[in-house]
Design a protein around this ligand. Structure first.
Ligand SMILES: Nc1ncnc2c1ncn2[C@@H]1O[C@H](COP(=O)(O)OP(=O)(O)OP(=O)(O)O)[C@@H](O)[C@H]1O
Ligand SMILES: [Mg+2]
Length: 272
């Protein structure tokens, strides 16, 4: 069903939501130069869940940071609905393209409570709402990711667990309701049993609101489970791209075959 969805979505979509064209990022120079991302091209269509999959250091986060405009490409460009993202206003762009990070510790200022952290979402969207309306939306977003609002709304980040912080990031991203969610290892701090619930929730939202997701992970099982299409990244390059089933059942590139050899049988239905 996921497969059929992906094909229909891509066939019916006149234009990709995001186009990444010949994207390259190098760090350092001379002997210490690192080509973190090398001539990467791909497209994400509206409502599509795409996984960017590769081992540690393959360039996934660097790619995500360029898409989020947190880092400038050395070469290449990124288009959102056909427009170069550098020509778009930051606030406009971040309302449509949101992120969930790999490392939730770095993204919380210990000064702010959960309430003020979530409240920042309203600067980007629904600025006109009353405090009561905001509060209701915040509580709903927390419940959606399995957090108890009564208990946690006025806590500070250091009083939360890593998993709670990660859920909070998801709650804030979803309050903004982006068209593209860049999720960089979004459940790395969440225990395996709740991870599936959170991923299911993200996939439901994607289907309901036609929200596209770029899901970044080194876990081919999770990528296969969640995604319409897979991008396989190795040493800064995309070595294989295709529908999830296709890549997993008939991998072409030796690197993909190696990744698949390391995992037990993959399934689309998750056992709970
Ligand atoms: N700011 C930076 N300065 C120098 N080198 C960097 C910088 N950021 C990333 N790199 C290098 O670029 C390469 C790709 O890093 P990146 O963080 O994109 O990998 P990743 O695929 O996200 O890995 P992981 O799965 O561990 O998160 C690595 O060799 C890394 O050391
Ligand atoms: Mg990373």
């Amino acid at each position: 069903m996921v497969l059929a969805n992906a094909v229909t979505q891509r066939e019916s979509a006149a234009m990709p939501l995001l186009q990444v064209e010949n994207l390259t990022k190098t760090f350092g120079s001379g002997k210490s130069e690192v080509v973190a991302v090398n001539n990467v091209c791909f497209e994400i269509y509206p409502g599509e869940v795409m996984s960017l999959l590769g081992e540690s250091g393959s360039g996934k986060t660097t790619t995500a940071r360029m898409i989020l405009r947190l880092s400038r490409p050395t070469q290449g460009r990124i288009l959102f609905k056909g427009q170069d993202i550098n020509t778009l206003k930051g606030v406009e762009y971040w309302r449509k393209v949101q992120t969930i990070f790999q490392d939730p510790f770095s993204s919380f200022n210990s000064f702010y409570s959960v309430h003020s952290f979530l409240g920042k979402a309203f600067r980007l969207k629904n600025n006109h709402l009353s405090e009561d309306e905001r509060r209701a939306l915040m509580e709903e977003s927390m419940e959606n990711v399995g957090l108890n609002a009564d208990e946690l709304l006025f806590k500070r980040p250091h009083e939360l667990s890593g998993g709670q912080r990660q859920r909070l990031m998801i709650a804030r991203a979803l309050l903004i309701g982006p068209e593209l969610l860049v999720a960089d290892e979004p459940t790395s701090m969440i225990d395996a049993s709740s991870r599936v619930g959170i991923l299911n929730m993200l996939m439901d939202l994607s289907r309901k609101h036609r929200m596209s997701i770029l899901f970044i992970t080194h876990d081919i099982g999770l990528a296969y489970y969640t995604s319409d299409r897979l991008l396989i990244m190795n040493e800064g390059e995309i070595v294989e791209e295709g529908l999830a089933e296709q890549v997993v059942e008939t991998p072409n590139h030796p690197y993909t075959k190696r990744l698949l050899a390391d995992v037990p049988t993959l399934r689309k239905q998750w056992e709970t």
